[in-house]
Design a protein around this ligand. Structure first.
Ligand code: C2E
Ligand code: CA
Ligand code: CA
Length: 614
């Protein structure tokens, strides 16, 4: 084009005028013009070949058909032997697409308007190949339609790339299940259908119990393995018409359609709880126990939009998580309040450290044989400005789940150690640590720093850990416990008897003490089952040369029985309720007895030296 313009310009400048060109000049121009158009044509052909675009033209009058070379190439016919025709064009398509093509062609002629179709190839040219054809009418100078021109492009790869992208956009790459966006979209249709048919739809939200722990303990690859297994088990237990999706980290949703509700959802939840659960072995090593909680909501009773329905099922789930997990619950309005309350609790708990709402109380531990106090267990208290006194049995679990147990545990450690350094009597201080703190891997470091900064002698600190820690990741826990022990700090196994740890694991861990759970003391009497258990644990302690502490001693009768059985240490309301440390001046300070006697608000220490309740 540019060449042509330049040539014209050159000619226009020549004298004596454009009509008096030199014949040689004219030949030049013609040659140049032909040259440039051949080049342009070649270029166009090249482009069409790369883009895999062929074209054809069919006259309307006699159906006389011509194909471009690229069209021959596209469908693999030899232009020297192949005679193009409309019929030949149609025969190239898969049988199922031929009528569609004919209809589109006829429509272009009849309505004088372009059209397009997507079609597959026949078995000869490839049934897996996809073509896109654009058709346009061609007119003569008076506007009569004379032909249909078609441009045909192979889109097999583009289409499959598109399908892959669409699949990626709608599915979770890890499990292959629908993702949240796709689920919402599907729910839209399902709810519209259900509304027409006046049917109910159940939405079941699943959340794996303790998934964060699995991730922390065994790493993300193991977590992924658990999620894939969960997806597989869920998919295997639902009907084809139902939907299963992964909507978040360890959250799954099942949508149950066309069933008699609420019975069907309840049956499904019960079945899933039973069959989904059980153990799974991670990549040939550790075995983990799977359990899940399920929240259920129904359309149209609980909500009418996908988002609301999912939110309600989630609130029901929240309730299950609070009430001990591994169960299912059906949404009801009262859950809304509980949900909001729990959210508020979480929110305020996050701020509690900053607001200085935590404190420690101390409960004395008595050496049974000598009748002297050996030390104190530090117990955390949250006195919230908004919620009042909240039990650690409630807030510790929440602190773990919202990820603040690390800093909170470090605070407890620092405060308890600093407190113990103030005691004139160098008694021990026992601090509870959550499994989360152990998993975080730097607990030994934190303890070492705390001892150094407070100046507390390591042998005065005792760490209490629960059995749950051992069941989940023995290797990691063992490593941390060994590091802690190497500092000279003692380690007690708390709540002994409530977990499942075997004698073998007990031997493998460097424990210094067993603390028998207080539940065994409650109905302790001569000949009781609890007594048999406590005796067995005491025997075990003697065998392993570990002192045994019994917690929750409330009565003289219980204390007398335990003394007779040879229990090493006791702890409980009888010997002192958990209280602020100044209530125990008489224990922490040898002169404290005198100080205490002078204080009018403190009961003088009796035979049991019981302190007043906090
Ligand atoms: P735990 O470690 O087993 O603590 C003993 C619990 O038994 C304490 O409850 C204590 O107040 C209670 N108790 C003591 N003597 C008696 C008794 O004679 N009768 C009865 N019925 N109960 C008695 P508390 O303080 O409510 O703590 C509950 C649990 O919260 C603790 O159980 C411990 O697992 C956890 N916890 C408390 N403080 C901390 C902490 O600083 N860090 C961590 N990680 N957990 C803590
Ligand atoms: Ca404890
Ligand atoms: Ca305990």
């Amino acid at each position: 084009m540019a060449n042509k313009k330049m040539a014209n310009k050159k000619m226009a400048n020549k004298k004596p005028g454009p009509n008096h060109r030199d014949p040689v000049d004219r030949l030049d121009v013609a040659r140049q013009t032909i040259g440039t158009s051949t080049e342009a044509l070649d270029e166009l052909r090249g482009i069409l070949r790369i883009a895999r675009i062929g074209s054809w033209r069919v006259s309307v009058d006699n159906l006389c058909t011509t194909w471009s070379d690229e069209m021959h190439e596209l469908v693999g016919c030899d232009p020297r032997s192949f005679v193009p025709s409309l019929d030949a064009l149609i025969q190239l398509l898969a049988k199922a697409d031929r009528i569609k093509f004919q209809t589109a062609f006829a429509s272009v002629v009849e309505h004088r308007q372009g059209g397009n179709i997507e079609s597959r190839g026949n078995d000869t040219i490839g049934a897996d190949r996809l073509f896109w054809t654009d058709m346009q009418p061609e007119y003569d100078p008076i506007g009569k339609i004379v032909a249909v021109r078609g441009v045909c492009q192979e889109i097999t790869e583009r289409k499959s790339a598109f399908e892959r992208i669409r699949h990626l956009a709608c599915h979770d790459p890890l499990t292959g299940l629908a993702n949240r966006a796709h689920l919402s979209e599907q729910l839209d249709h399902i709810l519209a259908d259900a509304s027409r048919r006046r049917e109910s739809v159940a939405v079941l939200c699943f959340d794996l119990d303790g998934f964060k722990l699995i991730n922390d303990l065994y790493g993300h690859a193991a977590g992924d393995e658990v999620l894939r297994e969960m997806a597989k088990r869920l998919s295997a237990h639902i009907r084809e018409t139902d939907i299963v999706a992964r909507t978040g980290g360890d959250e799954f949703v099942v949508v149950q359609v066309a069933a008699q509700q609420p019975e069907a959802a309840q049956r499904l939840a019960a079945r899933l709880l039973g069959e989904l659960m059980g153990t799974m072995v991670l990549a040939g090593q550790s075995e983990v126990a799977l359990s899940t909680s399920i929240g259920i909501a129904f359309y149209p009773d609980d909500a009418t939009t996908p988002d609301d329905l999912l939110a309600r099922a989630d609130h029901a789930l929240y309730g299950v998580k609070n009430d001990g997990r591994n169960n299912f619950a059906i949404y009801d309005r009262s859950m809304e309040r509980e949900y909001q309350e729990r959210r508020k609790l979480e929110h305020d708990l996050r701020l509690a450290l900053q607001r200085g709402e935590f404190s420690l109380v101390y409960q004395p531990m008595l050496c049974t044989r000598r009748g002297t106090f050996k030390g104190f267990e530090a117990l955390l208290r949250w006195n919230s400005l908004v919620h009042g006194l909240v039990s650690p049995e409630i807030f510790i679990g929440i602190a773990e789940s919202i990820g603040i147990m690390g800093p909170l545990g470090a605070w407890v450690l620092r405060t308890a150690c600093a407190e113990a350094t103030r005691w004139v009597n160098p008694l021990k201080v026992a601090v509870n640590v959550s499994p989360i703190q152990i998993q975080q891997g730097n607990l030994a470091e934190i303890i070492a720093e705390t001892l150094a900064s407070t100046g507390l002698a390591p042998d005065r600190l005792e760490i209490e850990v629960t059995e749950s820690l051992l069941i989940r990741n023995p290797e990691r826990a063992l490593e941390t416990l060994r590091q802690i022990k190497a500092l000279g700090v003692r380690i007690a196994m708390d709540d002994f008897g409530t977990g499942y740890s075997s004698l073998a694991t007990l031997r493998a861990f460097p424990f210094d003490k067993l603390k028998v759970d207080r539940s065994f003391v409650k109905d302790l009497g001569e000949g009781s089952e609890s007594l048999a258990i406590i005796n067995a644990i005491l025997g075990l302690g003697r065998g392993l040369r570990l002192p045994v502490v019994v917690e929750g001693v409330e009565t003289e009768v219980q204390a007398a029985i335990l003394r007779r059985c040879g229990c090493d240490e006791m702890q409980g309301y009888l010997l002192g309720r958990p209280s602020p440390i100044d209530r125990f001046d008489m224990i922490t300070d040898p002169d404290g007895l005198m100080k205490n006697l002078c204080r009018s608000d403190t009961a003088p220490p009796g035979r049991t030296m019981a302190a007043r309740p906090a």
